[in-house]
Structure formats: C-alpha cells, structure tokens
Design a protein around this ligand. Structure first.
Ligand SMILES: Cc1cc2nc3c(=O)[nH]c(=O)nc-3n(C[C@H](O)[C@H](O)[C@H](O)COP(=O)(O)OP(=O)(O)OC[C@H]3O[C@@H](n4cnc5c(N)ncnc54)[C@H](O)[C@@H]3O)c2cc1C
Length: 488
C-alpha cells in the first residue's frame, strides 16, 4: 500500500505522531495527506461523520465571485482550486459559472475583465509547469465573454441535453433571463461546483483504508496541555468517557470553534466568525441544464449578490447576500483580548447544529427564491427543497473580506488551520508538512507536494457516490445534492 511504503521514507526511527482536532475538510485533508505519506495520525471529530460542517458548493477557481478582493487572493484561490480538483476529482461538478452584473448595480464588468486575463495567463503558466494542472479545461476557454447580440443569438437555439461548450451552457440563461436587466459583457468562467457530500465520502473511504490514521468520531477534545516535546490531549466521547493521547504535534482544525482550542492551549488570536446559510430549492419545471449563475450586488444591501448553484434532478442551492437571506443580523463577530473564540449568538450556534424551525426555513428559502426570481422570472415556480446548508465561517486576522487563508503556527509544535474557503485545505496541510520537515521531525519523499492524495486515488467513483448519497440522507438532505452534476 502506498501509505505504508512511504512511511519508511517519511519518518525516521521513532514514529512522529500528529493529533488533528476537527474532521472537517481542513482536518480530513491534513489526515489524508499525512497518513498517505506514512505519518502516524490521530483524527478527532466531535460529530459522527467527517466533513459535516458548513456548505461547500462552489470551487473558487479565480475568486470571481468577489469583486472586492485583491488580485493576489484571486491567484491564490486559482492555484488552490486546481490542487483541490486534482486531490478530490470525484467531488467536482463540472459545469461553468455565469457572472452577470445587473443594470441596477453601480459596478462595471470591466472591473473583473482585466483580472480574468491575468488569471488566464497564470493558468497557462501553471499548465506549462505541470500538464496535470489543466483541470479547468483549455486555458483559452477559462473565460468567455458574451455581448447582447450573442445572447440574442443563443436565445434562438434549443436547450441542449448535454451541454459541452460555454455557448451550450449559456443557452438557458439567454432564453430565460431578461437581457435588458444586465450590463454587458456577461462572463462564463470555468469555476465549477463541489459536492460536500462526495467530499465527505471521499475522506471517509480514504481514511478507512489507511493503516496510519486512527479516526475517533464522536470525540471532542476537552483539554490540551503542553509536554516537553509535544502535547497531551484529552478526548471525551458521547458517553462522557475520557482518554488521553500524547502527540508530537497538534493541528487545531476546529472550524468556527478553532478559538476554543486556542483558548485551551492559552494562545490568543484575532479572528472573525460569520454565521451564514444557503437554501435548498427544488425547481421541478427547470428548463434545461443550468450553469451556476451569479448576479453581482452589494453585500449586505437588499440587492446583495444572488447565487444559484445547480445540482441533479432540478435541485438548486441559493445564496442571497442580504440580511434576511444568507446573512444574519449580529452574525459577524470578532474575538476579544480575553478569548480567541468569537462569541456567536446562541441561536446561531444552535442553527449551525441543525436547530432550524420549519417556519423560518420556509420564510428564508422563499425569500431566496424571490430574490433570484428578479433576474429569472421562471424561477418563481421553485419551491422549498430541504433544510438550509449553513454554518459559521472563520476568517483569521482583522479583515473580514479575506478569502484565502490556510495554516499558522504557535511555537514549534502547534498549528491551526483557518480556512475561509475549502480549496485552501491542501495548502494548509502542505505548509504544516514543510514546517515539520524543517524541524527535522519527518523527511518527505520527492514529489510530496503533488496534490494527488495516495489514499484516495484507487477509490471507486460509484462507491463514493453511494456513500455520499447515504451521508446526504442521514443528514436529512435530498440525495440529489450528492449526485454528480451533470450526470457522467
Ligand atoms: C453558507 C456558507 C457557504 C459556503 N460556501 C462555500 C463554497 O461554496 N465553497 C467553499 O470553498 N467554501 C464555502 N464555505 C466555507 C467552507 O464551508 C469552510 O471554509 C470549510 O467548511 C471549513 O472547513 P473546516 O474543516 O475548517 O471547518 P469545519 O467544517 O467546521 O470542521 C471543523 C470540525 O471540527 C469539529 N470540532 C470542533 N471542535 C472540536 C473539538 N474540540 N474536538 C473535536 N472536534 C471538534 C467540528 O465538529 C467540525 O466537524 C461556505 C461557508 C458557509 C458558512
């Protein structure tokens, strides 16, 4: 097996032991990467399955959803997204994203056009460095622009059953979204979708077959104290039974609760936590196969960005960046001098754990449907499709608009992973591995930075989908969210 073969390469005499706290995409990716390199890994997850935190539906391959972020962040998101597709190919829904700016918005398409050119050049360079990086299609088609005449032409074409080209994907938009509501050009960009359920399934199946990783589900880390060379961590299971584990290195990957473990370890940290929700709608009369559609707007205003993310069988996930849809009053909170853990209102913590009332689900989902229907009148026929996908996102530092962040260290033997976007998980794991090698605790084989995860490469795609469907059903979501879209 690849993992155990590499164990000899990766570790010297005494096995180096890493304790990972939190089994979201950050912790599970670190475990897959490290155990795949033969490093002894203990993964502790408070919940009963891996990758069950906030939603992950969009691959931010270029950061084009965010007009306000720097070009550097966009480049970082592009690089990290390419690595993510290579690491988790079965989780990707390969369809493009349409970006539209409404006439009611003060922004102009030009703002993102220069950046798209820069991203294309960078994508080309990445492919020159390694041909396996060509996972977002041909670089010449990374983005395509459409003017009003193009849209009028596409509106005359029939809806394709099996869209392939950017033109094909734009046909439903051209047919059903009123052209006079948008500024031109419209952009079709190769930012794909991700299924959080197939990601969870890949992580679970990959770690199941590892001899180097022990996964402790239903175990919360309740104490952590420093040793001369490492940490003693105490886990408590659902029955209240505790166990201690001595590790050489600790990774705090607790998502929006990262501050709690920072507090236990007496490390201060500035961060934000923001509670948000996306809504599941069903659109049985959906005409044709839809791309993801983003209608830009000013965050936090009634015209905040609207996002429609398509899944199989007419299900869609919706965001509306207004305070009565995705955002919540009082939902963005900062850490304090006294605690690294920002204090979210209790009802939001409860919601993050699934504690939603159906009246509110209906109310907010219906608002999300109406919000998008301003740009797509046919979408008024959509209905509530399930529970919201929600959770809190942590944002390290002082700038709440930061979108690309990964790992930081306290002293030599403590790392924390603070992801704003799931695609940064692999880079976080790599940064920690490089840190451990620099300290002489491990020795990494040539090519270790290759994003492919040895523990998952041989997984069967159908087994991933089947496991993902079961996870979706167990978590009370439509299994359509776990199915590949478009169907392979
Ligand atoms: C509404 C919304 C939409 C989003 N959409 C996208 C998107 O489209 N694309 C994207 O890339 N990102 C998206 N994100 C961000 C993305 O969800 C997060 O970046 C990502 O899920 C963070 O993963 P994580 O592993 O750091 O945290 P989590 O997934 O929260 O995992 C942390 C885990 O740690 C466990 N834990 C906590 N404390 C302890 C403890 N003491 N002991 C043991 N276990 C513990 C928790 O149970 C949890 O499972 C979205 C976020 C939100 C809120």
């Amino acid at each position: 097996m690849v993992g155990s073969e590499q164990a000899e390469l990766a570790t010297s005499a005494a096995p180096f032991r890493v304790g990972i706290v939190g089994g979201g995409v950050a912790g599970a990716t670190a475990a897959l990467k490290m155990a795949g390199l033969g490093i002894e890994t203990l993964l502790f997850e408070a919940g009963d399955s891996l990758v069950s935190g906030p939603p992950i539906c969009h691959l931010h391959a270029g950061g084009n959803l965010y007009r306000e972020i720097s070009d550097e962040q966009c480049i970082a998101l592009l690089e990290q997204s390419i690595a993510t597709v290579r690491a988790y190919p079965d989780t990707v829904n390969r369809r493009p994203t349409v970006i539209a700016i409404p006439t009611s918005d003060a922004g102009e398409p030009d703002t993102i056009l220069k950046r798209l050119e820069q991203l294309t050049l960078h994508y080309k360079t990445l492919i020159e460095q390694d041909a396996d990086n060509e996972v977002l299609g041909h670089p010449e088609q990374y983005f395509t622009l459409y003017d009003k005449h193009d849209l009028a032409r596409l509106a005359q074409q029939s809806l394709p059953d099996n869209p392939q080209t950017p033109d094909d994907w734009l046909i439903p938009v051209a047919k059903y979204m009123p052209h006079d509501k948008f500024k031109f050009p419209l952009v079709v960009v190769q930012e794909y979708g991700l299924s959080v359920f197939r990601l969870a399934a890949t992580a679970a199946l990959g770690l199941e077959q590892s001899q180097n990783c022990r996964v402790h589900l239903n175990n919360t880390i309740t104490q952590i104290e420093p040793l001369t060379e490492g940490w003693r961590i105490e886990s408590t299971d659902r029955d209240g039974a505790s166990q201690v584990h001595d590790v050489d290195f600790v990774i705090n990957a607790c998502g929006f609760r990262t501050g709690k473990v920072d507090d236990l370890a007496s490390f201060s940290r500035k961060r934000w936590v923001e509670y948000k929700a996306a809504y599941v709608a069903h659109w049985p009369s959906q005409p044709g196969m839809w791309p993801e559609v983003i209608v830009h707007g000013d965050r936090g205003t009634p015209q905040g960005m609207a996002q429609l993310t398509p899944y199989a069988n007419g299900f869609v996930q919706l965001h509306g960046m207004t305070h009565d849809i995705t955002l919540f009053d009082g939902g963005l909170v900062a850490s304090t001098e006294a605690s690294a853990q920002p204090n979210l209102p209790q009802h939001m913590v409860a919601k993050a754990g699934g504690g939603w009332e159906w009246t509110e689900i209906r109310e907010r989902t219906e608002r999300a449907i109406s919000h998008f229907s301003q740009w797509l009148p046919e979408f008024e026929h959509a209905e509530v499709g399930g529970k919201p996908l929600c959770g809190a996102q942590q944002i390290p530092g002082e700038d709440p608009s930061l979108r690309a962040a990964d790992a930081t260290f306290e002293g030599e033997r403590y790392a924390r992973v603070e992801l704003v976007k799931a695609s940064s998980a692999l880079q976080a794991a790599d940064r920690i591995l490089a840190h451990c090698e620099q300290h002489g605790w491990i020795s990494l084989p040539a090519g270790w930075e290759n994003p492919t995860l040895p523990l998952t490469v041989s997984l069967d795609s159908d087994a991933i989908v089947e496991k993902a469907r079961r996870l979706a059903i167990n978590r009370d979501y439509p299994d359509a969210l776990a199915l590949p879209f478009p169907q392979q």
